[in-house]
Design a protein around this ligand. Structure first.
Ligand code: BTN
Length: 241
């Protein structure tokens, strides 16, 4: 994939900018990356806000041209999480992906991913938005309503967000490439190894519904398989704890 990186000083949301670009006249090529030094209206899953101080963290969206169905979108998020995990591990920060869209370090969130499918006439694609906490201080992390961390907090070192993006893109190319060629089954063993272990006790909340059981594995599209007292449940979305 050829990446074309556009840096902006300030945007509302890189996902929203990418979306606008997609629906504007003219075709958009795979590999376009829109990154913002400051994001004023960052969005997370379930309409949450994504907070990031200016010039501190990495906020970007990547466009992948694909006619993959909606059912395949969650597993692209998972492929992205593996890429982020590999990058962090290569820098000595021991991290693990968490279903469905996070990367954690010792149970604290360091990265969130928001993927959206877009479609117009015969053009289809997926926008993958990545928020990676780079130079967030522990004071800033404490303001966030859930346990959060950053590369700075974990390693004691400050990083250049532009360089982190350059280092991350080859990882994303590798994992997204596997996803595009062979689908989630190609990355399932490594995902399961890193996000598992199988048999782990889990509680999954989706709205008012809470299910508890043990992790039985992941389905063909990355759906979570939970062994509950009433049998095997297939879970497509929710928060795991
Ligand atoms: C989540 O954990 O809920 C997903 C967070 C995704 C945040 C990123 S930051 C870059 C991109 N633009 C957005 O508005 N959101 C994503």
């Amino acid at each position: 994939m050829d990446f074309n990186i556009e840096w902006h000083d300030r945007l509302g949301s890189t996902n929203a900018s990418m979306r606008e670009r997609f629906y504007a006249p003219g075709a958009m090529a795979s590999g376009l990356v829109i990154a913002a030094r400051e994001q004023t209206n960052g969005r997370g899953r379930q309409d949450r806000k994504w907070l990031s101080s200016p010039h501190t963290n990495l906020c970007f969206s990547l466009f992948l041209k694909t006619d993959a169905d909606l059912i395949k979108v969650p597993s692209l998020t998972m492929a992205t999480a593996l890429g982020v995990t590999e990058l962090l591990n290569s820098k000595g920060i021991r991290s693990a992906p968490k279903w469905p869209n996070d990367v954690l370090v010792a149970e604290k969130k360091i990265c969130g991913i928001l993927s959206e499918r877009v479609e117009q006439a015969s053009d289809h694609g997926i926008i993958v938005g990545v928020g990676l906490n780079i130079n967030m201080s522990s004071e800033e992390a404490d303001i966030i309503d859930r346990p959060a961390t950053s590369m700075l907090i974990e390693s004691g070192k400050a990083y250049d967000p532009g360089q982190v993006l350059e280092d991350l893109l080859p990882q994303l190319e590798y994992w997204m490439g596997k996803w595009a060629t062979d689908g989630f089954p190609a990355i399932r063993p490594i995902w399961t190894e890193k996000a598992g272990p199988i048999g782990k006790k889990l509680s999954v909340h989706d709205g008012d519904v809470r299910k508890t059981g043990r992790l039985a594995g992941y389905g063909e599209h990355g759906e979570l398989l939970l062994e509950t007292a009433s049998g095997l449940e297939t879970i497509w979305s929710g928060e795991v704890s």
